[in-house]
Design a protein around this ligand. Structure first.
Ligand code: B12
Ligand code: SF4
Length: 481
């Protein structure tokens, strides 16, 4: 069967906002590649169209050319309106194509998605590899009535057949290595802070996270952490290096450092095999040690991301982050000492957070002094959306309008203007420091760093213009969706 898998076309501006778009980028959609590879191995003819690097017209033209029988669309919440649009256009042109939608947002709302998507035939939740395989193999029979696990689909009489939840995939090694030939893997350029060498690409070595920060949805694809074996991870890295000349790898695991023994194992293998690449990953302050960081640096780790969120202990506790401010400072110090760059992200608008506390986070962020810092407004998704109403005002109930950098929740403890002010101040005070300029200057001879600096300057210029506009209109509530 011919199957097309699509990430809906969405520009970086639509994903984030005008300012962040200058520093943002994209990497291949690993979920779709994993599903696509499973389908290919089962003998199907599969194409992947990634709307982060393809326009709507290009995708439509490819569909016309390939003529798939089934189309699978993926979406995070921010892409949901695009799914509605794309599915309507596809059905209008090719009414016989069967459309199924999966991914993070569909997983949050499950079968209810069908009522929001009149042009879609089925919706899948949770991990999609086995669900999609089942669906494709059974879908040629229009009279099918038997539910399929992890999927809800429309029946001929208009009713819906809803399957049971699928058990999380425990043996991740049983999944094939995502086939990167389905996308132009070396053409991608990721976000500013996600690469140091090109070509760069992404890999996932585990699914899930054991922590329970209230703003996050880590258990969406199944509770607990499931790991791929070190052998399989190394096999995938070697595949990327040999076949595509990849020189930088971004580990997209929720928390790569959660299992220390495994991190040591992977690093040892990289060193032993002399694999020539550098890499970055997401970590937590309570999941790193100096010895581990040294080992990571020796194996090529150039940057770690820490979701710091706040530098006021009370607010970290509210987020159920399970970390201490002291621990964060210590982890960042160790990371820098090991020669690894640090990226940190912060959240404003935490329930109960005051303007003063926000200012304190900014002050301490400058002392913490990561190489890259990102600032966000708290975005309540899923169950936390209901809870959040007790602590503040939800600006817009429609989660699908949540851009990556939009203000959506204002805690009762501060005003909208104060919250907007924190966002502006944070970026301005953090990046417009002589220290940051000096840091960039030192790297300017490297062509990649030079390009990054130019993009950084563009972002600063866009930021200043946005702030001036915002001041002019006295609208300090930054971040239209
Ligand atoms: C890497 C990552 C990113 C990357 C790239 C995201 C991308 N374009 O794919 C970057 C850094 C750019 C990013 C940015 C953001 N992200 Co992000 N990100 C992740 C992360 C850590 C991994 C994604 C991933 O590849 N997972 C692994 C693959 C295998 O899973 P998957 O893609 O979901 O696919 C599986 C299933 O969903 C399903 N499936 C998927 N599609 C389909 C389609 C069909 C037809 C079927 C049947 C099944 C199916 O099957 C797949 C295989 O099992 C997730 C957390 C997570 N663990 O998923 C958060 C996550 C997806 N991000 C999240 C958020 C909030 C954001 C931001 C909005 C944050 C911000 N404030 O800026 C931005 C905005 C992104 C944007 N506007 O596009 C949320 C999503 C919330 C939501 N409801 O949408 C998550 C869940 C993290 C969280 N906080 O809880 N993110
Ligand atoms: S540690 Fe990170 S991935 Fe895990 S729940 Fe918290 S924010 Fe989510």
């Amino acid at each position: 069967m011919k199957i097309a898998l699509i990430l809906p076309p969405i520009t970086l501006e639509e994903r984030y906002n005008k300012v962040v778009a200058h520093m943002a980028g994209s990497l291949p959609p690993l979920g779709l590649l994993s599903i696509g590879t499973m389908l290919k191995q089962a003998g199907h003819d599969v194409m992947v169209y990634d709307g982060s690097i393809m326009s709507f017209d290009a995708i439509m033209a490819e569909i016309g050319h390939f003529a798939p029988q089934v189309i699978g669309i993926t979406a995070m919440t921010v892409m949901w309106p695009k799914v509605k649009f794309l599915s309507a256009k596809i059905k209008e042109r090719w009414p016989k194509i069967n459309i199924i939608v999966g991914g993070v947002h569909a997983t949050m709302i499950k079968e209810n998605a069908l009522s929001e998507l009149p042009n879609v035939d089925a919706v899948a939740w949770g991990e999609g590899e086995y669900s999609m395989l089942d669906y494709v193999e059974k879908t040629h029979d229009p009279r099918r009535t038997q539910p399929i696990d992890g999927i809800a689909f429309r029946l001929m009489d208009g009713s819906v057949a809803k399957g049971r939840d699928r058990e999380p995939i425990t043996d991740l090694d049983a999944l094939p290595i995502p086939d990167r030939t389905m996308v132009p893997v070396t053409k991608y350029v990721s976000a500013f802070e996600q690469y140091k060498r090109l070509p760069v690409t992404n890999i996932i070595t585990a699914r899930g996270c054991p922590f329970k920060c209230i703003f996050c949805l880590p258990s969406l694809l199944g509770k607990g952490v499931r790991y791929r074996s070190t052998e399989k991870v190394i096999e995938e890295i070697e595949y990327l290096l040999t076949n595509f000349g990849i020189r930088d790898v971004a580990f997209w695991d929720d928390t790569f450092t959660v299992n220390k023994k495994r991190v040591f194992e992977i690093c040892e293998c990289i060193i032993e095999k002399r694999l020539d690449f550098i890499w970055s990953a997401q970590a937590r302050a309570d999941c790193v040690t100096p010895a581990m960081l040294e080992m990571m640096a020796r194996s090529g780790c150039w940057k770690l991301f820490f979701g710091v969120e706040s530098l006021v202990q009370k607010n970290l506790n509210t987020l159920r982050k399970g970390e201490g401010v002291k621990q964060i400072f210590e982890a960042v110090k160790w990371t820098k000492k090991a020669g690894i760059e640090v990226e940190a992200s912060f959240i404003f608008g935490i329930p109960g957070e005051t303007f003063r506390e926000g200012l304190e986070t900014i002050r301490l962020a400058k002392i913490l002094d990561p190489d890259y810092a990102k600032f966000f407004f708290l975005t309540p998704y899923g169950d936390f959306l209901k809870e959040a109403k007790i602590y503040g005002t939800i600006i817009d109930e429609d989660q699908t309008r949540y851009g990556g950098s939009a203000m959506r929740f204002i805690p009762f403890s501060m005003s909208r203007e104060e919250l907007g002010e924190l966002y502006y101040r944070a970026y301005r005070q953090f990046y417009l420091r002589p220290k940051m300029a000096w840091r960039r200057m030192k790297k300017i001879c490297d062509p990649i760093e030079f390009e990054k600096s130019i993009n950084g300057l563009r972002a600063i210029a866009a930021f200043v213009i946005e702030e001036l506009k915002s001041r002019t209109f006295k609208k300090r509530g930054y971040g239209k969706a």
